[in-house]
Structures are given as C-alpha cells and as structure tokens.
Design a protein around this ligand. Sequence first.
Ligand SMILES: NC(=O)c1ccc[n+]([C@@H]2O[C@H](COP(=O)([O-])OP(=O)(O)OC[C@H]3O[C@@H](n4cnc5c(N)ncnc54)[C@H](OP(=O)(O)O)[C@@H]3O)[C@@H](O)[C@H]2O)c1
Length: 334
Amino acid sequence: MIQVGLFGASGYTGFELVKLLHRHPEVALRFITSRSQAGQSLAHLYPAGPDLPLIAPENAPLTDVDLVFLCLPHAAGAPTAVAALEAGARVVDLSADFRLKSAADYTHWYGVEHPAPNLLPEALYGLSEFVRDQLPDARLVANPGCYPTSILLALQPALAVGAAGGAIIADAKSGVSGAGRLPRQNTHFVEVAGNFSPYNIGRSHRHLPEMEQAMAQWSKSAPPLIFSPHLLPVPRGILSTVYMPLKKGWSEPTLRTLYEEIYSSEPFIRVLPAGELATLAHVVNSNRCVIGLSVAAETLILTSAIDNLVKGAAGQAVQNMNLMFGFEEQTGLV
Ligand SMILES: NC(=O)c1ccc[n+]([C@@H]2O[C@H](COP(=O)([O-])OP(=O)(O)OC[C@H]3O[C@@H](n4cnc5c(N)ncnc54)[C@H](OP(=O)(O)O)[C@@H]3O)[C@@H](O)[C@H]2O)c1
C-alpha cells in the first residue's frame, strides 16, 4: 500500500484520477487539492464522486506521501514537482511541463520560460508500453498528452521498422473534455453542439513536438508529421486516423502480423481484425487503445481510439504508477 497525493482534483483529469485511485487496492489517497474548492467535499463539486475533502495546495503534506500526481495546467505544477521531489516523493505529471527534453522548445511552444529546466533530463516520457523497464526507477514521469497517446501507439510498430516512406498525416478528433473544465467560448455548448471544427492544423499544435520527439527516438529517419486536430461534439474520446505512405515491399498482411506480434501481449492495446475500424464505442471509460489497420494506394491507414481522460490521462497515469511501484500493471484499470 502506498500513500498518494493529487493536485488538481477539481479538474477533469484530476476527478477521473481520484475515481481510479479511490478504488485502487494498493493506494491510500492521503490528500486531494483544489484552490477554488478547498474546504468542500469532492462530492459537492461532482455529485457522482467520492465524499473526500479538498484541501488547499499549500496545506498538502508532501512528506507524508510516496507519490504525487499533478493534474494542473502547464507551468502551474512544476514548482510543486520540485517541492515533492525534494520531500522524497515521486511524481507523475499529467501536464506538458516535463514532456519536451529542450527548455527552448518548451518556451517556443508554451510561451513561458520552463519553471524547472534542471529536471528535464531525468523526466521519463511515460508512454507506458514503451518504457515499462524504466518506470520502476523513475522519480519523475511525464504522462503523455492525449492526442499523442492515440497517435504514437498507432504509429510505433510501423515507424520503428522503417516502413514510413514520406510525411505522415494524423487527422484526429477529440471530445470536448480534452479542453478541461474551465468554460471558454469555443468549448461552450452552443458553439460545440451540432458543430465539428478543425483547429491548429498542420504543424501548429503543441502536441506536435512531443510526438516528433518520440518518433525520433524510434526511427533515425522519421519523416515529418502533419497533425490536424478537430473538436468533436461529444464529452470524451479521441479517434485518430493516421496515414503513413509506405516504402516498397510493405503489404497489409506483413504489417498486420507486425502489429499483432508487438501488441498481442499488451493488456490495454487491441489490434482489430481485418476490416474492423476503431471507434469511440470501443474505448470510452476504459484504459484501452484499439487500433484498426488497412493499406490503400501504398499507404498504411491506422484508426486509433482512446478515452482522452483515461488512456490519454488518468488511466495511463495509474498504469505508470503500477509499473513504478511493482504492482500488477492492470490493477485498478479496465
Ligand atoms: N483533459 C484532457 O483530456 C487531458 C488529457 C491529458 C492531459 N491533460 C493535461 O492535464 C492537465 C489538467 O487538465 P484538465 O483537463 O484536468 O484541466 P482542468 O479541468 O481545467 O483542471 C485544472 C485543475 O488545475 C487547477 N488549476 C487551474 N489553474 C491553476 C493554477 N494556475 N495553479 C494551480 N492550480 C490550477 C484547477 O483547480 P482550482 O482552480 O480549483 O485549483 C483544476 O483542478 C493539463 O495540463 C492538461 O493539458 C488533459
């Protein structure tokens, strides 16, 4: 049993994570924080949630916990990561603060100086399936972004064997919870319902450098990525359709065998049978990623679906925690 603290329980990823941790048999949830709701019960904020007290972040007893989860906006959580590590706790950060290795890239994409650049070299990019061996020793884990999780899990096998013959296109759609709980005009019900909008298309979304950084680790000659996200008028879920031009010699049966070999023993990844396409209904409210695969016009077409709040955030964070602390990887997850 480990002692765990969580910052940002009033937000969407924080609430999702509290629900998972509250029923996790190896976890004692020592504290959960909110600035705006301190003193209230979480059940007051989310009626379906557990009746747990929210405390002010400055009152969090960092020396009492083995692990801290940060479910805060980027740049807001990094000082807490520093304090938690100094207090002897390990950290899983769900924000983008520790995902990019370069502080200059972070400033370019996020528009602020990195609050703790000295921690970037040791931060582990926690795409669980590909860093399973490193997680037991990690002090600081950068939980991947939601879009990157869906796209990188789809790309990895074909990219790592060098099948990509040109620029890869990822056309992705996310439910509105991906934008967080704070109301904004573009995520307001009236703007979103009955509508369907692209945003930050091409090479302008903040998740692009995170994906290309991972791709460069898997393939020395990784092609550029064109990433076009869309806002889908559903509460949760991400569906990414990824197009990879193939080098000569790669056929659908060969690629299917490759994907099945790599993912057959993965508890949370399912390669769909030929002809079946990934949908949100395969994954919502689960930690699963489902991947459909086909080839047309010498292009590998991958459909990849996850729940942005689970495999794309809180579920993958629990998966990482399980691997960090030597628990069975599937504990507390479906
Ligand atoms: N939503 C997703 O699908 C998703 C997926 C993967 C990763 N993420 C990342 O996870 C993090 C949290 O996302 P979210 O969707 O849960 O956001 P959210 O719903 O807006 O919640 C943010 C939380 O942080 C607190 N907070 C806001 N501003 C703060 C500040 N300046 N300092 C300290 N605390 C602050 C808020 O509570 P109080 O104001 O009450 O303190 C709230 O609990 C973000 O970095 C996001 O990029 C989100």
